[in-house]
Unconditional design. Structure first.
Length: 135
């Protein structure tokens, strides 16, 4: 629960901002997932599925963040990954059957070396080759 303490509204807004950010991401991904066509990543070792890129952005330290939607026989799965292209590392930031599930996944995933033959390897290769970096 949010409470106004001695420092008043500043504490309120500092506590509220992470929740608003997650809500905004959930709403924007859900709306755009229904309204747009997204780039599709070729994943040869999972031919029965389609991997759509919902978001790909540069983040702190030169790393990338990518959100993908896997559509297969058993429905949809959303995965948020952080990729370090320079050092060849990838880690999950969250995963779930809905965007909300993905955002609620707060396990402490660790960076792992990118396996070029794994699903994350194909996604990392796409991200590192296709991200638009600010000049």
């Amino acid at each position: 629960a949010l409470r106004l303490g001695a420092s008043g509204s500043q504490d309120f807004w500092e506590a509220l901002m992470p929740m608003l950010t997650a809500l905004t991401l959930s709403v924007s991904l859900a709306v755009s997932a229904q309204a747009q066509r997204f780039p599709v990543i070729d994943v040869p070792n999972d031919p029965a599925a389609r991997y759509d890129v919902l978001m790909l952005v540069p983040i702190r330290g030169g790393n990338l963040e990518i959100v993908t939607r896997r559509v297969g026989r058993r429905g949809e799965t959303f995965v948020q990954r952080e990729i370090n292209c320079r050092e060849g590392l990838v880690r999950y930031l969250g995963q779930g059957h809905t965007v909300d599930d993905m955002n609620r996944d707060h396990r402490n995933y660790r960076f792992e070396p990118i396996d070029p033959n794994a699903i994350s390897g194909h996604i990392a290769a796409y991200a590192c080759e296709n991200v638009e970096r600010p000049e």
